[in-house]
Write a protein that binds this ligand. Structure first.
Ligand code: HOZ
Length: 433
């Protein structure tokens, strides 16, 4: 039988760090990655046939669980008609119509291949539309790895402790200004210091790449007001929150409209897809209508569109689906709270809908600096205990836990039992750290 450790040894010889995306190298949890062979429902299986309850869910898109039969059927059908044409297909129109019907304020959509590409293009569009160069982002928010966004970013950048990536031209990074999440005066100050120069403010409406941090009451509304007052655009990066917090994503959930919205993996149902979307007057700046250039042979790929469309159709047409998933996350969250209180473990639990994070910190976590106070060594110990009990969590303190419709209440009970045991096992260690 193949083993993860043998595969990792081979991988390290031919792939930088042995992985194609840094967080999955498991360095932050002082372990070696599992190589996954298959997944079904709420479970994933490694190449050694061990089963795990999966709370990574491919970093969000598997909201219906793994290998959903309906999606697989649609993919299979599309696949037999051809894998790629580099020409328009009907499914692109259908998915765009579906997104327009589900997401508030969206009149037009452009499909791309990943969240990184969606944000990179959305930022270019905002710059082209406003004829301004500067962008405000928030410390700890992660918007993919395009040059302009790799400034005080979250996710793997935060996990690896690389606040500003090598290779990003200084001039370009200089046009990315950073504000403090949940701190409106830090945004106000940047607008005052850069009058008529800010093209857009980009934000994860729920920060989900420095752990999970909800926006404080009124924060997103104030942000939208400041943008409007300054004729700047508001970009919601909904790669994580889109079609997860509800059919209309964060805009609907918080009742705040953005000018441009970006989506990622979830609209591909597990296939590599992204999109940016917004009002017609803005979207028509994109070529061939307008002068903002963006293109891609695989954009709107027929197989990826079939998967994404099938997933969105299910999400859109299943009454009670979001209530169900949020209820499960609530049961999980309140169970976790009870256990940490019982063991007097310094953990702060943040939850928004079906996104959760256990911060190993006794203080509230409302921004990047506070998230960074978490005890990552303790998270690593906890992660390893949980993995040994068949629970697959994100291999970093600074990522989210995702609940899917495929998680059952039995899964949640088993998870809580594993949490109880893992915390009990690590109490002594935690006191030492
Ligand atoms: N940056 C991703 C999570 N926020 C991880 C991507 C991956 O390793 O697949």
């Amino acid at each position: 039988m193949k083993s993860s450790s043998d595969l990792f040894k081979r991988a390290k010889k031919v792939i930088s760090g042995g992985v194609n995306s840094p967080v999955r190298a498991f360095r932050a949890v002082d372990s070696n990655p599992l190589f996954i062979s298959r997944a079904k429902g709420s479970k994933i299986y490694d190449v050694e046939e061990r089963e795990y309850i999966d709370y990574v869910c491919s970093w969000g898109p598997m909201i219906l669980g793994h290998s959903n039969e309906l999606i697989l059927k649609k993919v299979e059908k599309a696949m037999h008609n051809g894998l790629s044409f580099g020409a328009p297909v009907e499914a692109e129109v259908q998915i765009a119509e579906m997104i327009v019907s589900m997401v508030p304020g969206v009149e037009m959509v452009r499909m791309v291949n990943s969240g990184t590409e969606a944000v990179m293009s959305a930022v270019r569009l905002a710059r082209g539309f406003t004829k301004r160069d500067k962008i405000i982002k928030f410390e700890g928010c992660y918007h993919g790895h395009s040059d302009s966004m790799l400034v005080k970013a979250g996710s793997g950048v935060l996990t690896a402790g690389i606040p500003d990536s090598l290779g990003v031209p200084r001039n370009l990074a200089g046009d990315t200004l950073t504000a403090v999440y949940n701190n409106i005066s830090s945004v106000q100050r940047l607008f005052e210091e850069n009058k008529n120069q800010i093209a857009a403010v980009i934000i994860e409406p729920v920060a989900a790449n420095m752990g999970v941090i909800p926006p404080e009451e009124g924060f997103l509304k104030e942000l939208s007001c400041i943008c409007r007052q300054n004729s700047s655009l508001l970009i919601f990066d909904e790669v994580i929150t889109g079609f997860r917090l509800g059919a209309g994503g964060a805009q609907e959930y918080f009742g705040v409209e953005a000018d441009i919205v970006t989506f990622g993996k979830i609209i591909g149902g597990g296939m590599p897809v992204g999109a940016y979307a917004g009002r017609k007057e803005i979207m028509e700046y994109v070529a061939p209508c307008g002068g903002v250039y963006q293109a891609g042979t695989l954009s709107g790929n027929p197989v990826a569109m079939a998967a994404g469309l099938a997933q969105l159709e299910i999400l859109n047409s299943s009454p009670g689906i979001y209530e169900d998933i949020n209820k499960k996350a609530e049961v999980l969250g309140s169970g976790l709270e009870k256990i940490v209180q019982k063991h007097k473990v310094p953990v702060t639990l943040n939850r928004v809908g079906s996104l959760l994070c256990m911060f190993f910190s006794q203080n509230p976590v409302t921004n990047y600096q506070e998230a960074k106070q978490s005890n990552t060594k303790y998270y690593a110990a906890f992660f390893k205990s949980m993995l040994s009990k068949g629970i697959y969590l994100a291999p970093s303190q600074f990522e989210a836990m995702f609940v899917s419709t495929a998680h059952t209440y039995e899964d949640i009970d088993a998870t809580l039992k594993a949490v109880e045991e893992s915390l009990a096992e690590n109490i002594a260690l935690m006191e030492e750290l």
